[in-house]
Design a protein around this ligand. Structure first.
Ligand code: ATP
Ligand code: MG
Length: 247
């Protein structure tokens, strides 16, 4: 039903809107998600709708960090599920990560619709429905996580996460990989690895890096992670927004 040709100059942006709209109709994306999408699009436009060199580096670091993790988890909300369900499943497979549904506006219907949607895209197990764990410092509904998922994870990928929860996860001592097109967002600012890129491009690129790094020794992966500077990545993104290709 989405019949815009790939050659259309705004193909990716139109596809994104279409997927979010379909997500709302399917009951997996909240109407708030439409607003988040609009914010993201504006930043993507300013970034030139491309993966900058610095974002590509952050994506490689994210891959190394996930491969090194003992208990990596990919957190999925309504926008993520609508935009990249199959790509999240592939990333989970490439890195041995668990997938957990985690919603800002949690309703059981939406939790289940998203879990089903991910299973339709190949996920064998989706966490988040048990909600037997808590993130300290958040109000009841927004604190809910799975005890054997996000609560006990060491590395968490949180795409399009709100700033409060990103801060709370950071306070729990987790290594946070944040995918967010706004380099000024609090989520990006607290991340160990801020990825300022469209999730549509970021997730498949982290997977590609993970496949490429899969056979590297831990020492190589550790070097990749330790050489990364999150503040420099945020500054590079801001520079790309202000001065385009001069970055
Ligand atoms: P805070 O400033 O506290 O971090 P926020 O107000 O930014 O929170 P939201 O608007 O819910 O919270 O966050 C949505 C974020 O997701 C925005 O920063 C937006 O840029 C980003 N975003 C939206 N769509 C995408 C996308 N496709 N890829 C990457 N990031 C996206
Ligand atoms: Mg934000």
């Amino acid at each position: 039903e989405f019949d815009v040709p790939e050659s259309h100059p705004r193909y990716e942006s139109l596809l994104t809107r279409h997927r979010i709209e379909a997500g709302v109709k399917k009951g997996i994306t909240s109407t708030q998600g439409l607003i988040a999408e609009g914010r993201g699009e504006a930043f993507d436009y300013l970034l030139g709708e491309r993966t900058t060199e610095s974002a590509d580096e952050a994506e490689r670091v994210a891959a190394a960090s996930l491969l090194l993790a003992d208990r990596p988890v990919l957190s999925v909300n309504g926008n993520v599920a609508a935009l990249v369900p199959g790509e999240i499943v592939e990333l989970a497979e490439a890195t041995g990560a668990d997938i957990e549904v985690n919603l800002f506006n949690r309703t059981e219907e939406r939790m289940e619709a998203i879990a089903d949607h991910l299973c339709e895209h190949g996920a064998s197990e989706v966490k988040g429905l048990r909600a037997d764990g808590r993130i300290p410092g958040l109000d009841h509904e927004r604190a809910k996580v799975d005890a054997d998922g996000i609560e006990s994870a060491d590395v968490v990928v949180v795409p399009l996460e709100d700033g409060d929860r990103a801060e709370a996860l950071d306070s729990m001592g987790k290594t946070e990989i944040v995918i967010d097109l706004n380099p000024l967002s609090r989520s990006a600012q607290v991340a160990a690895v801020p990825i300022v890129d469209n999730i549509l491009r970021a997730v498949p690129n982290i997977t590609a890096h993970a496949r490429e790094l899969a056979d590297e020794p831990a020492s190589t992966l550790e070097t990749i992670v330790s050489e990364f500077d999150p503040d420099a990545a945020l500054a590079a993104a801001e520079e790309a927004i202000r001065h385009g290709d001069l970055q």
